[in-house]
Structures are given as C-alpha cells and as structure tokens.
Design a protein around this ligand. Sequence first.
Ligand code: IMP
Length: 178
Amino acid sequence: MKKIKVLDKEFVVSIPSEEIQKAIAKMAKTMNKDLKGKDPLFIVILNGAFVFASDLLKNININCQVSFLKMASYHGTTSTGKIRDLIGIDEDLKGKTLVVVEDIVDTGLTLEHVLKILKAHKPAEIKIATFLFKPDAYKKKIKIDYIGMEIPNEFIIGYGLDYNGYARNLKDIYVLAE
Ligand code: IMP
C-alpha cells in the first residue's frame, strides 16, 4: 500500500475519500430530518473540523447558521490533556438549538470544555455531531447525537486532522504505518 511521509512518520490510507463522503451523506440525512424547523446554529470547532464541516453543511438543506470556536489540545500524537486557544462566539445563543461540529471525539475532554462554555450562554439545547469517534479512548458520559464513523484508538491524519500542524489538507484519512 502506498505510504506517505509527514515530518518524521509514515502513514497509509485508512479511510478513502469516497467512504468519507458516503458516511457524511448518511449523517446529514438524519440531521436534516431531526433538526428541521429548529433553525439551528452550527458551531464548528477549529482547527480540525473545518474540512468535515464544509462537506457536512453542503449536505444540510434546512435553514441554519454557522459559527466557529477555536480550540487546541494536541501536541504530537497523543493528547496532552490540556486545552489551549479559544476564540469565542459573538452570536446571541440564548434559546437557540446549537449543533457542535467536531472532526473527532477522542477522550472527550475538548467536547466537555466546549459544552461548558456553550451552556453558560443558556441555549435551548445542544446537539453534538462528530465525524469520527474513538469509543475505546472516550472517557466521558456525554451523549453524542450524530456520529459519522467509529474508529479504533489509533492516531490518524488527513481530512482536517493534523500531525503537528501538517496533513490537514489530505483528502483521505491516513493511519500510522506499521
Ligand atoms: P479529545 O479532547 O481527547 O476528545 O480530543 C479532541 C481533539 O484532539 C480533536 O478535535 C483533534 O483535534 C485531536 N485529535 C484526537 N485524535 C486525533 C488523531 O487521531 N489525530 C489527530 N488529531 C486528533
């Protein structure tokens, strides 16, 4: 299988682009049905979720708004457990249906942090949509409403996910080569 090199590590394709798009179309179908008439505000968690959010939102066909929150918790290939950098939201969230859009939920620490911030704005409800979910790494009890794919507890890159800032632009998702 073709290997690519990013900085000091080699990676191979794990989820090809076609599979990603199929999973997103399925997710969006459920979300369109569920969120119809709720005029939701999608809150995209940066940096990683920008690629997924773009594809997801092109499949969302109900009235909605989009905003962004910037978070960071990773250094290298394992979670540091520390969350840095936050660029806040300007919109009035009171009484709104919010949909948090994440690229991946790993330990759930970032998600917990995001929810704490958003809840303080007194929205009517908060739904959570993540493209990828690592059930074996998840340490929280927060219910995730929409999941694109469940994946093993392995470090992956591409499709918005980075290795020390690189590889976010890759169309497919890659995993560390053996
Ligand atoms: P959590 O706080 O442990 O759930 O991690 C969430 C954040 O860590 C995600 O939004 C990603 O930015 C990053 N992350 C988690 N797993 C991976 C991975 O396998 N590759 C790259 N980034 C990851």
